[in-house]
Design a protein around this ligand. Structure first.
Ligand code: ADP
Ligand code: MG
Length: 684
C-alpha cells in the first residue's frame, strides 16, 4: 500500500519518508519509537526527583523576568505540595502576559535543580481554567527526528496504519519460527508492533520507558538478528572470493625471531599462528586483532608480512598518523634488516613521490604509509596483504578503498585490522560479525602498571618541578597539551606556548616540541631525538595519541585532561608504561569539574585495564562512538542497545546460526525488513 493513501501524507512527505527508508505503509510499522513520554498522570511537585521527566500542574504564584546576559522568563507554580519554576530563554511577550498570577498551568519536562527551587527549562505547557485537562490514556510514542517531518504527522500516520493492521487490511509476516517464539515466550510480531507504537493504558510504563518490555524485546531480537545475518552474509560473500595463498616456511619465522630483542608472549604466538593459517588459504582473510595499548601488535603484523614477502607478494601497512607510520617504517627496517620498504604519506611529494609510486607499481614488497596510500594514482603490483593499524581511526570507506585497490587478477588481498580498543565481546561479535577476531590478551612480561594521579591545573608549577627532577635522573616525559579546537593552528599554538614557558623555567632540560603543523622531516627528527634520549621532555599535542612507542618514556602529564574522552585518555596514557620502569601519568584538570568529566578521571585513576575502560566508555558514549565515530553506520540500531540488551544479543547469535542452517530462505527476508539501503553495513 502506498504511503500517500494515508491521510495527512502527501507527495512531499512521502518523499521525505523515502529518505528514511520508508517506502510503503508497512515500512512505517518498523519506524519505531525512540522513547516515550508519560502524560498519563500528574506528579505532585513534592514527589519530583531531579532528572525525572514529569507532568505537573499548579497555580501560578508569580511571573517575572531575570535580566542576565539574555533575559529569562520565570513562572513559579504551586500545587499545594511545593513550588516549581518554569524557565524560558526564548519567549514572546504575550506568553508572559498569559501567565497571570492565580491562573493554572500544566507543564511537562525534565526536572532540574535550580539555584533556589527545582525547575523545568523550556517545558511544554498548557493553560487551563476551572476544569483540569484530560490526561493521555497511554504513553506517547516519540519517533526519531527527521528533516521536515514532525512528530504529529508520524503519530497520526501510525494511528491509521495500526487500524489497518487491526482490520487485517495490511499484514506483517511473521518470520521467526514458531518454536523460538514459544521457547523464549515472546509475543508475535503484530502484537509487538501494536504495543510499542500505542501502548495500552495499563502498560508497564517503566519497562517501556527503559526499553525492557517483552514486546520491545521481541522486536529488538529481530532487529539484532537482521544485523547479524547481514554481517554474516557479507562474510560469506567475502569467503567466496579468492586470495593468493601465502604459506610460510617455519625457518623464515625462526630467523626473524632469532634476531628479535625479545621473546614473543604466548598470546602473540597464538595470534600469529591464526593469521598464518588464514593466509595460507586461498580465500581472503578478514581478521581483526584486538590488543590493548602496548600489547605488541606491531611485531605480530611484521611476522604476518613475512609470509607475503617470501611468497613474493606485496604487503601494505597503513597507519592513521604520519608519526606512527614513520615509527613503523623505522621499526620494520631494524627488524627486517631490509631496505625493501617504501614509505608513502601526504608529506612525500614531487620526485620522491613519483619514485615511491614507481617502486610500488614495480612490486616492492613492503609498503608503509598513511591515508595517502589509497589515492587514485597509487597502483599496486601483486598486493597480498593489507594491514590497517588503529582501525578505529579510519572510516569504512577508506578501508574499502584500500582493499579494492588490492584486487589483481580477480584475487583479493588478505586483510588484517588492528585495534587497541578492547570492545566487549558481545559488541564485537555483532559489530564485527563479518570478521574473525584474535585477541592479544597478555602484555609483554615485566611491565608495571602505570600509576595515575588526578590533579588540578593550579598545581602545575609543582608538577613541572617534579617532572624536571625526574628527567634529571634519567627519565623521559611527555607533556600533552590538549585543545579541542578543530584548528590545528590553535592546537599548535597552545603547545608552542607551553614549550616556550617550560623552556624558560627549565633551561637545564632538553625539551622538544611536536605538533601537527610541523613539516614531516621536522616531526620525524624530533621523534627520533626523543626516542634516542637526546631530549628529556617532549611537549606534544594529541598527535602522539596513537601508536607512538618510546619505551624509556615513563612520565606523562596531560593538561586539561577533563576535555578528553576515556578511550583517548587511555590511548595517550598508553604511551608510557611500555618499558620496564614504573610509569606515572598526571591528569591535570581545570576546576570545576563536571560530573561526567569527574567520572572519567576517576575511572582513569582506578584502572589501566583497557577492557574496563572500554566498557565504561560504552556506557557513557554508546557503541557508535566506541567503534570509531566514522563508523557509526555499522552499528546504528533503531531499538537495540548493547549495554541493556546483552542477553538478547547473546540469543540472537545462536538464533542466527540456527536460521542460516535450518531456515536459509527466511534470512534474506529478515535482513530486508530491518536493513534499508540507507544503512551502512560495515564491509571490512
Ligand atoms: P601496540 O600493541 O600498542 O601497537 P607495540 O607493537 O608498539 O604495541 O609494542 C609495544 C612495545 O613492546 C614495543 O616497544 C615493542 O617492541 C615491545 N614488545 C612487543 N612485544 C614484546 C614482547 N613479547 N616482549 C617484550 N617487548 C615487546
Ligand atoms: Mg600500535
Amino acid at each position: 500500500m502506498q504511503l500517500t493513501e494515508l491521510k495527512g501524507i502527501g507527495e512531499k512527505t512521502a518523499k521525505k519518508l523515502t529518505l528514511l527508508g520508508i517506502e510503503q505503509v508497512n515500512d512505517l510499522l518498523f519506524h519505531l519509537p525512540l522513547r516515550y513520554q508519560d502524560k498519563t498522570r500528574i506528579t505532585y511537585i513534592s514527589d519530583l526527583s531531579i532528572g525525572q521527566t514529569a507532568l505537573v500542574e499548579g497555580e501560578v504564584i508569580k511571573t517575572y523576568l531575570i535580566n542576565s546576559r539574555k533575559p529569562m522568563l520565570v513562572c513559579e507554580i504551586d500545587d499545594g505540595t511545593g513550588t516549581l519554576a518554569l524557565k524560558f530563554f526564548n519567549f514572546y511577550h504575550s506568553q508572559r502576559l498569559k501567565m497571570k498570577t492565580g491562573s493554572n498551568i500544566r507543564a511537562y519536562g525534565e526536572v532540574r535543580l535550580g539555584k533556589y527551587t527545582i525547575e523545568i527549562l523550556h517545558p511544554e505547557y498548557q493553560h487551563y481554567g476551572e476544569k483540569t485537562l484530560p490526561l493521555e490514556s497511554s504513553l506517547t510514542a516519540i519517533y526519531p527526528k527527521s528533516e521536515g517531518i514532525n512528530q504529529s504527522t508520524i503519530q497520526k500516520a501510525l494511528n491509521q496504519v495500526l487500524l489497518l493492521l487491526d482490520r487485517k487490511e495490511i499484514k506483517v509476516e511473521e518470520f521467526l519460527p514458531e518454536h523460538i517464539l514459544t521457547e523464549q515466550q515472546l509475543p508475535n510480531l503484530s502484537q509487538a508492533l501494536h504495543y510499542v507504537h500505542k501502548p495500552p493504558a495499563d502498560a508497564d510504563t517503566n519497562a517501556l520507558i527503559a526499553g525492557t518490555h517483552t514486546y520491545q524485546k521481541r522486536l529488538i531480537l529481530e532487529e539484532v538478528l537482521a544485523h547479524l545475518l547481514a554481517m554474516k552474509q557479507l562474510k560469506q560473500k567475502t569467503q567466496e572470493l579468492y586470495a593468493p595463498e601465502l604459506p610460510i616456511e617455519k625457518k623464515h619465522i625462526y630467523e626473524f625471531l632469532k634476531q628479535l630483542p625479545f621473546e614473543l608472549t604466548n598470546a602473540q604466538h597464538r595470534v600469529i599462528k591464526e593469521i598464518h593459517q588464514d593466509i595460507a588459504n586461498n580465500h581472503p582473510m578478514q581478521r581483526l586483532i584486538q590488543g590493548d595499548v602496548g600489547s605488541g601488535k606491531t611485531v605480530v603484523a611484521a611476522i604476518a608480512i613475512l609470509a607475503a614477502f617470501y611468497q613474493n607478494h606485496q604487503s601494505v601497512m597503513m597507519a592513521p598518523t604520519e608519526i606512527l607510520a614513520e615509527q613503523h617504517l623505522n621499526t620494520l627496517k631494524t627488524w627486517y634488516r631490509s631496505d625493501e620498504i617504501v614509505f608513502l604519506s601526504g608529506a612525500i611529494k614531487g620526485k620522491a613521490r613519483i619514485e615511491a609510486l614507481k617502486q610500488i607499481k614495480h612490486g616492492v614488497r613492503i609498503i608503509i604509509g598513511t591515508h595517502a596510500l589509497f589515492q587514485k594514482d597509487v597502483e599496486f603490483n601483486a598486493l597480498g596483504l593489507v594491514i590497517i593499524d588503529e582501525q578505529h581511526r579510519f572510516g569504512v570507506h577508506q578501508r574499502l578503498a584500500l582493499r579494492s585497490k588490492g584486487q589483481f587478477e580477480a584475487l583479493q588481498p588478505h586483510m588484517l585490522i588492528m585495534t587497541a580498543t578492547p570492545i566487549p565481546r558481545t559488541l564485537a561479535q555483532t559489530a564485527y560479525a563479518n570478521l574473525d577476531i584474535s585477541i592479544i590478551d597478555e602484555l609483554p612480561p615485566g611491565r608495571q602498571e602505570t600509576s595515575t594521579l588526578v590533579i588540578s591545573n593550579s598545581k602545575l608549577p609543582q608538577i613541572a618541578e617534579r617532572i624536571k627532577t625526574n628527567c634529571q635522573k634519567g627519565a623521559q616525559a611527555y607533556w600533552v597539551c590538549t585543545l579541542i579546537e578543530e584548528s590545528e593552528v590553535l592546537r599548535a599554538k597552545a603547545a608552542n606556548d607551553t614549550f616556550e614557558e617550560l623552556r624558560q623555567w627549565f633551561p637545564e632540560l632538553r625539551i622538544g616540541l611536536v605538533h601537527g603543523r610541523l613539516k614531516s622531516a621536522e616531526k620525524q627528527s624530533i621523534m627520533e631525538q626523543f626516542k634516542s634520549h637526546k631530549l628529556d621532555l617532549l611537549i606534544a599535542t594529541t598527535v602522539i595519541e596513537v601508536g607512538v612507542d618510546v619505551p624509556n618514556a615513563s612520565l606523562m602529564v596531560i593538561e586539561n585532561a577533563e576535555r578528553l574522552g576515556l578511550s583517548q585518555l587511555h590511548q595517550l596514557r598508553g604511551r608510557v608504561g611500555r618499558g620496564n620502569a614504573k610509569s606515572h601519568c598526571v591528569l591535570m584538570y581545570q576546576a570545576p569539574l563536571g560530573d561526567v568529566a569527574k567520572k572519567r578521571l576517576d575511572i582513569m585513576r582506578s584502572t589501566t585495564d583497557g577492557f574496563i575502560i572500554a566498557k565504561e566508555d560504552l556506557k557513557i558514549r554508546g557503541a557508535g562512538e566506541l567503534l570509531g565515530s566514522k563508523q557509526k553506520g555499522s552499528v546504528q540500531f533503531r531499538l537495540a542497545d548493547y549495554e541493556r540488551d546483552k542477553n538478547i544479543f547473546h540469543s540472537a547469535q545462536k538464533l542466527a546460526a540456527e536460521l542460516i542452517i535450518n531456515h536459509p530462505h527466511i534470512c534474506q527476508k529478515i535482513i530486508d525488513r530491518w536493513i534499508t539501503s540507507n544503512d551502512e553495513i560495515s564491509n571490512v
